[in-house]
Design a binder for this molecule. Structure first.
Ligand SMILES: [Zn+2]
Ligand SMILES: [Zn+2]
Ligand SMILES: [Zn+2]
Length: 252
């Protein structure tokens, strides 16, 4: 299985509009973070997690020409507002794209983007999507996708596990029951917003504490703001924890 990091940034992205800080002006491309998203691939199966506002550039950079399904973590704008660019895959694959989410996220998407869930447009002039609210694991091609409930402040949202990898973005706490779903991981991808505390995201210290408790063989941090410099972060992290960056590929 291959995981590709399409975006590893927070809602504002890095560089942030109007900011002259050292990270925003950094020449290190690993400090340039588009909105958080990953692609999960195994043999011919390809799953996209979230459709943030940077989707078009992410798909061009990764040269993606086919998608089997989209799984949504939650309905915040930085995870859904690129939904219109899924139209390209209707056009390429000549079919409706299957989307999956928890019931609340499914409802929010169907309300906000009603035109995407109408009967398919013959010329694919609009995105044509189907939405399935899920509470249990789904099989897409050769990949089994298991929802992992987490809390993004007070909002219950989904992380997802695929075989030996788990993707947990946008969270503050992990309910006790969910730890059972996170055992024996080769790769954990984990929220790590910034150094300072935040009401709905884990900061660096909290993220490291969760990483240690979950104990994956490798942890990669995502959803980072301009507060976190790639090189500086590498120099303080333990050997099996590292910041992810846009374009990183990981095989498990
Ligand atoms: Zn977010
Ligand atoms: Zn900045
Ligand atoms: Zn969020």
């Amino acid at each position: 299985m291959r995981i590709r990091f399409l975006g590893t940034g927070s809602s504002a992205g890095t560089p942030q509009i109007g900011c002259d800080c050292a990270v925003c002006r950094s020449a290190d491309r690993r400090n340039q973070r588009s909105r958080a998203s990953i692609l999960v691939e195994e043999q011919d199966t390809r799953i996209l997690i979230d459709t943030g506002p940077d989707l078009r550039m992410q798909m061009l950079r990764a040269d993606v020409r086919h998608l089997d399904a989209v799984f949504y973590t939650h309905f915040h704008a930085d995870h859904i507002n690129g939904i219109d660019d899924l139209r390209a895959f209707n056009f390429l694959d000549k079919r409706v794209i299957s989307c999956f989410a928890d019931a609340r996220t499914a409802r929010e998407l169907e309300e906000r983007f009603r035109y995407c869930f109408l009967p398919p447009d013959p010329g694919w002039a609009k995105p044509s999507l189907s939405m399935t609210g899920i509470t249990a694991k789904q099989q897409v091609g050769t990949i089994t996708v298991l929802p992992v409930p987490v809390l993004h402040g007070n909002l219950p949202i989904y992380g997802y596990r695929f075989g030996g990898a788990a993707y947990l973005t946008d969270l503050k706490t992990i309910p006790e029951e969910s730890y059972a779903l996170l055992q024996d991981l080769d790769l954990l991808i984990l929220d790590c917003l910034r150094e300072e505390e935040h009401p709905t995201h884990v900061n660096l210290a909290e993220s490291l504490a969760l990483a240690v408790r979950i104990g994956a063989r490798q942890t990669l941090l995502t959803h980072m703001t301009h507060d976190l410099d790639y090189q500086k972060l590498c120099s303080v992290l333990p050997e099996n924890i590292a910041p992810a960056y846009d374009g990183l590929e990981w095989r498990i």
